[in-house]
Design a protein around this ligand. Sequence first.
Ligand code: TYM
Length: 331
Amino acid sequence: METVVSGIRSTGKLHLGNYYGALSNFVKMQEEYNCFFFIADLHSLTTHPTPGDLSRTVRQVVVEYLAAGIDPEKSTIYVQSDVPQVAELYLYMNMNAYLGELERATAFKDKVRANPDNVNAGLLTYPVLMACDILIHHATKVPVGKDQEQHLEMTRTFGNRFNRLYQVDYFKESFAFSYSDKLVKIPGLDGQGKMGKSNGDASCIYLSDSPEVIRKKVMRAVSDSGPTEPNQAKPESIQNLFDLMKVVSSEDTYSHFDDLYNNCAIRYGDFKKQLAEDMVLATEPVRSRIEAISADDAYLSKVIKLGAEKAAASADRTIKEVREIIGLKKI
Ligand code: TYM
């Protein structure tokens, strides 16, 4: 059976981008594959959360994984820092990751541009740690959104380079995965770019948002004064709302509003109302389970303990083999 690995950073509540890019695929994949889903708490250290925020957000992601339907009997759910073998592998893999290739990574360049005062080494070597998350379990499929595609390419580069350096056929190649024919990029409500916490709360629909909050955010989403000619190309802000409708609404609803747009008969108020109602429906199954799961501390710690044991067992096999391949065998 093929092995699947993926993770989400512990930076707060999960949004529709995390859901459609990653989490919804996790839930389906656990029926078919040997799955490891983790909370990337070490990755989130690049932005220096307070200790209180870090432990709260790790817990939040575990709760939302479970609320979305990840079943700890079928998948291994664990916290990245509970598996120190990953950090050890990261040390080894850093020895053959090169400054030039790390500096060229798009996500790194974006982060440098957005926050030039915090260009730390952890940010630079973020893709190496991510590669280790995947390589440690010999995964071949990695469910992620479009923004992570380059990191998967880098994972293949690092794994292949290790194989060449030590003349072994050890690490497998892994590929970004989505059940839809393309990797997903969910846009935000701010008229530009993808949905992401760094673009502000107003641009994100969180899985835990109440129906009232969802309605308010969608009604305030950036739009324009409407088409003036039939079949006019959609500006980015409108295209984004249609892209969101494509994932949360039925095909009929989508074509109904698309036809209205093309005939210059669309009323954005109605369009947004429908979009908001469909988002409320799409998020309801997860939202409705969050509270009960969140209240059950005993269950949460059981899940995390079991996951840590299973993940560490798998990681331990790898790290022992890696030490031996490298030549770190004790006399
Ligand atoms: P993070 O927390 O930034 O994102 C978690 C997942 O959500 C997806 N995602 C999106 N997909 C579509 N549209 C969006 N607007 C959107 N926003 C977020 C991301 O693509 C990702 O799948 N580096 C990873 C965390 C990680 C990881 C790994 C993933 C660390 N190690 C190993 C897979 C395998 C990340 O992007 O986290």
